[in-house]
Design a protein around this ligand. Sequence first.
Ligand code: NAD
Ligand code: GLY
Length: 371
Amino acid sequence: MENVRVELGPRSYDVRIGSGLLPRLGRFALNLYAGRKGGRAVVIADSTVARLYGKSALASLAAVGFDSRLIRLRAGESSKTLATYGRLLDRLLSFRPPIDRSTLIVGLGGGVTLDMAGFVAATALRGLDFLACPTTLLADTDAAVGGKTAVNHRAGKNLIGVFQQPRGVLIDVDTLKTLPRRQIANGLAECVKHAVIRDERLLAFIESNVPAILACKPAAMTRLIAWNVKIKAAVVSADEREAGERAHLNFGHTIGHAIESAVGYDKIGHGEAVSLGMVAACELAVNRGLLSREDASRVHDLLECLGLPVKRRGLNPAALWRIMLRDKKNRGGKVRMVLPVGLGKAKIVDEITKEEFLLCCVVHGIKIRED
Ligand code: NAD
Ligand code: GLY
């Protein structure tokens, strides 16, 4: 088992990673409250995760004295709405005896569930404690750590939410065994992202362990997730509210979000879009002399080897550019992007031009192109 501490002063917390941890959820939750016996714990999970792991989570909480309940939401990104958020609150506030400020909310599931459950916890009764129990690789390595919560709005993704850190994060790598391969690849895109912006040694670790990682071997997954959580924890500790370096975590995401929006959120995985976005951003970095052609190829080849897309037909670069102009992270109407500076470092570039974006898409063979 590995433990990573997210250092945020009085709001610091532990991320525990290993095999066989879900049955110890109750003990982990109880340890957050020295001297308290049980209380109320409400687990929020989507329908798929509730079926697979709901019973185990509830039993573990009940075994240490929690009065534990389960609330389900429909699986999938389409649940990340204010309407679903309202329904979750309706259920939570209908419990008898009623919930109170000592009620613990446990988010059990992927990034959708954690974003929703975290938002519910941050706002119900002006804030309840939240424990994150991620079950997708994307949530293990990204969504569970850092305190971003959100729902989508028709004007865009993740536009409504708050920052509120969890009290703790428990990652049972065994839950990855039931995760479809495509979802594993989605999470691996975020791992490659962390490696490119912060740690070339992580890139080498992934390159040397592809079969074990794709087979979700517990030892390899524990090491991989702990490594990624350490990187994310360091970034969040330095810049919790994304005033500076946390924005580096958006590497691949400016173009990736535009691709998701153009293709449709239900037609392409987030990690798949980020993979295409990283290939394109590497190409821009090569053109600006920030990254060598060999390093860009290394990233490209690893993504391909992990089963992630590195090219996609039918994307219209000019339409992507129009979407990128609306990105909420832009400043002063200029497209802002994170580009790698060699492998293991990144910088924010504020003045990406339409011409260089189109050039990188069309001429330099990124293969994001019109049919
Ligand atoms: P998800 O939560 O929709 O999970 C993907 C699918 O996998 C779902 O159908 C789910 O039911 C299923 N599933 C989950 N765990 C499973 C398991 N162990 N076995 C079998 N099936 C399982 O999606 P995701 O990819 O985990 O997360 C994407 C979301 O996360 C997006 O909404 C994104 O905005 C958000 N996100 C948030 C942050 C953050 O910092 N808050 C960071 C990254 C992504
Ligand atoms: N997923 C990006 C962040 O947490 O800032």
